[in-house]
Design a protein around this ligand. Structure first.
Ligand code: PBG
Length: 324
């Protein structure tokens, strides 16, 4: 059947009709909101390249957490800006580290809000890399696993609901799973940054998390943007090692990867709509070049349509206010 019997525009004539045939629905329950927690007191520092995003000291979290919760956003993802950094990322697994204290504070304010923690070493290392750097400048994969596992365990001991390793060291999901199980935390899920690309879109985040590498780049551990078959192998390995949720990151330039991962594995799949993706929309909107809210909704619905079950996005609060 073809035109004029078939007219695609018939189902587009009103908003009510369009809503009845809509295939993809964004809800606030799709979102995970990233939060940057910083050492010190009385700090709420705005991020230049991410309008609307702040670093919070732990004592300043209350209003923010209550707002996130009252908007219905189900989860936050924590990143820490510690007081000190060294060559062993020791502030990352200090039981009184900034993330550990923030977890306790959030659980106190709002016990039901899911607290996911980013598990990585770059924020706590003086050189800003995601693993232990050796004398020749290379990264010692296997020695880094021990530190990552200590960090994950200390987050869980402080009350984290889910841990999310983002370092891209080989074997870390299995290593973390083993330590958590041994220590009595076999019910804590792992959300693995499984296909994490070496991306230019992390720029604003590195300002916010103060975690830019001091030398070199992350190309020996994060993935080459050109590769999708390798992404499927990464995801498969993380699932074999015990990942409960797999992530593709960034989102926009990798929607094909997201779809392939969802189709092939059918696992709960997260997409990270990263800092640079957020900043681009905000910057263009500030110039008056695009409608920022509409563009953000379009991006997020596209990520969901491609296969994301959950979306980590800095726009979670803004969009929650729009979609209610
Ligand atoms: C830590 C980490 C990064 C992001 C999340 N976890 C930065 C990086 O890998 O350099 C980026 C998030 C974003 O850009 O929003 N390794």
């Amino acid at each position: 059947m073809t035109f004029p019997i078939n007219r695609m525009r018939r189902l587009r004539t009103s908003e009510n009709l369009r809503s009845m045939v809509r295939e993809t629905h964004l809800t606030v329950k799709d979102f995970i909101y990233p939060l940057f927690v910083r050492y010190g007191v009385d700090k709420k520092i705005p991020m230049q390249s991410m309008p609307g995003v702040f670093q919070f000291s732990v004592d300043q979290l209350k209003a923010e957490i209550n707002e996130i919760n009252s908007l219905g956003v189900p989860a936050v993802l924590l990143f820490g800006i510690p007081e000190y950094k060294d060559g062993l990322a020791s502030s990352g697994y200090d039981e009184h580290g900034v993330v550990q204290e923030a977890i306790r504070a959030i659980k106190d304010i709002c016990p039901d809000l899911l607290v996911i923690t980013d598990v990585c070493l770059c924020e706590y290392m003086d050189h800003g890399h995601c693993g232990i750097v050796q004398a020749d400048g290379t990264i010692n994969n296997d020695a880094s696993l021990e530190l990552l596992a200590r960090e994950a365990l200390s987050h869980v001991q402080a009350g984290a609901d889910i841990v999310a390793p983002s370092d891209m060291m080989d074997g870390r999901v299995g290593y973390i799973r083993n330590i958590l199980d041994t220590e009595g935390y076999n019910q804590i899920p792992i959300m693995a940054y499984a296909a994490k690309y070496s991306s230019a879109f992390y720029g604003p985040f590195r300002e916010a998390a103060e975690s830019a590498p001091k030398f070199g780049n992350r190309k020996t551990y994060q993935m080459d943007p050109a590769n999708i078959l390798e992404a499927l192998r990464e995801v498969e390995l993380d699932i074999q090692e015990g990942a409960d949720i797999v992530m593709v990151k960034p989102a926009l330039a990798y929607l094909d990867v997201l779809k392939a991962v969802k189709d092939k594995f059918g696992y709960p799949t997260a997409a990270y709509n990263v800092s640079g993706e957020y900043a681009m929309v905000k910057a263009a909107a500030a110039q008056g070049w695009i409608d920022g809210d509409a563009a953000m909704m379009e991006i997020l619905v596209g990520i969901k349509r491609a296969g994301a079950d959950m979306i980590i996005t800095y726009a979670a609060k803004d969009v929650a206010k729009i979609i209610g």
